[in-house]
Design a protein around this ligand. Structure first.
Ligand SMILES: NC(=O)c1ccc[n+]([C@@H]2O[C@H](COP(=O)([O-])OP(=O)(O)OC[C@H]3O[C@@H](n4cnc5c(N)ncnc54)[C@H](O)[C@@H]3O)[C@@H](O)[C@H]2O)c1
Length: 321
């Protein structure tokens, strides 16, 4: 298979590049390195079936060249940072909505067999009922979530209008090796860096806001099951562990796994505007349709992540700086 993985130098995209390159598929990794990192894919550059294309999904002409004979598109490239989306809503819209529109349009033009779109649980906003199934209202309170809703719905419109085979994956908070803490990284990497540097984690508000975390291996398996599903999956599909973890609990667990229980405690600052209060997934559709369930529990994943961070994360951070 010839695959295009947009955002392939990012956290989740690079794990997909790893898997499919090593399985022998032809993998085109398209990334503009806005938040991606060459270190995530450097080891793949020697593979003849892997090609890195440094470019932007906002560049329609580039996509027109790259996507001519691609069978499958994994579309992950996005401006993913919620905080940045407050400061740069226009950029967030251009990348996440117009960039996705470009991908869909070129995929339509060249009859791509399947497009797999990285939507997100952030489209739901705070839970109005738990667990959150795919029928939950789309109430994202921030420009990032709003842009992901627009792109998610644009995928749906292309399915309905043109009969395209597009899968819309709504993964809940994904974590694991290669998730960076530079700039606005994921909360787990930020906490881990701080704690390993002997600085307390900062919690916005009381820390009782919750998230549903899935480990990267489970996320990759979700993508792979969707890829290999024979029939098109035309409705959005949730992937979450079904376990609710509060930010306070997360901070204390990171402190514990880093061995700093006796010296550090989280500090609390004012809550952030628009922060989602509760997220917990109902993934029964994923289980029924593609046989997916989270296999790695939160503590096991967190301990693997902290170990990776100790081995590589701090060292990489120093190299980058
Ligand atoms: N990490 C999560 O918890 C999570 C959960 C659900 C959905 N998602 C979605 O999965 C996707 C990947 O997220 P991630 O966590 O790996 O983030 P990431 O920031 O590591 O990856 C995004 C990648 O897209 C690239 N990119 C950004 N703008 C681009 C552009 N204009 N052209 C080309 N490349 C561009 C970045 O450089 C980066 O490599 C995103 O679409 C995100 O919304 C992430």
């Amino acid at each position: 298979m010839k695959m295009l993985i947009t955002g392939g130098a990012g956290f989740i995209g690079s794990h997909l590049c790893d898997k499919y390159t090593k399985e022998g598929h032809t993998v085109l990794c398209l990334d503009n390195f806005m938040s991606g990192n060459l270190m995530n894919i450097r080891h793949l550059l020697d593979y003849r079936n892997f090609k890195l294309i440094e470019g932007d999904i906002r560049n329609y002409e580039l996509l027109d060249k790259v996507m001519r004979d691609v069978d499958t598109v994994f579309h992950l490239a996005a401006q993913i940072h919620v905080d940045r989306s407050y400061i740069e809503p226009q950029l967030t819209y251009e990348v996440n909505v117009m960039g996705t529109q470009n991908i869909l349009e070129v995929a339509r033009l060249y009859d791509a067999k399947r497009v797999i779109y990285a939507s997100t649980s952030e489209v739901y906003g705070s839970a109005q009922h738990v667990p959150i199934n795919e029928q939950h209202p789309l109430n994202a309170p921030h420009p990032y979530g709003a842009s992901k809703i627009a792109a998610d719905r644009m995928c749906y419109a292309y399915i309905q209008t043109y009969g395209m085979d597009i899968s819309i994956l709504r993964l809940f908070n994904t974590f694991g090796p290669r998730q960076r803490d530079i700039g606005y990284g994921g909360v787990i990497s930020i906490f881990t860096r701080r704690v390993l540097s002997n600085v307390p984690p900062i919690i916005y508000g009381d820390g009782l806001q919750t998230r549903d975390y899935i480990y990267i291996d489970d996320a990759v398996r979700a993508y792979d099951l969707v890829l290999n599903h024979k029939e098109p999956i035309t409705d959005p599909i949730n992937f979450g562990s079904g376990t609710e973890v509060s930010i306070l609990d997360l901070a204390n667990k990171v402190i514990g796994f880093c061995g700093k229980k006796d010296s550090l405690r989280p500090i609390h600052v004012e809550s952030r505007i628009g922060e989602v209060k509760r997220l917990i997934a109902d993934s029964s559709k994923a289980r029924k349709l593609v046989g997916w369930e989270a296999k790695c529990n939160f503590e096991e994943g967190l301990s693997k992540f902290v170990q990776w961070y100790k081995d590589y994360g701090l060292e990489e951070r120093i190299k980058i700086e």
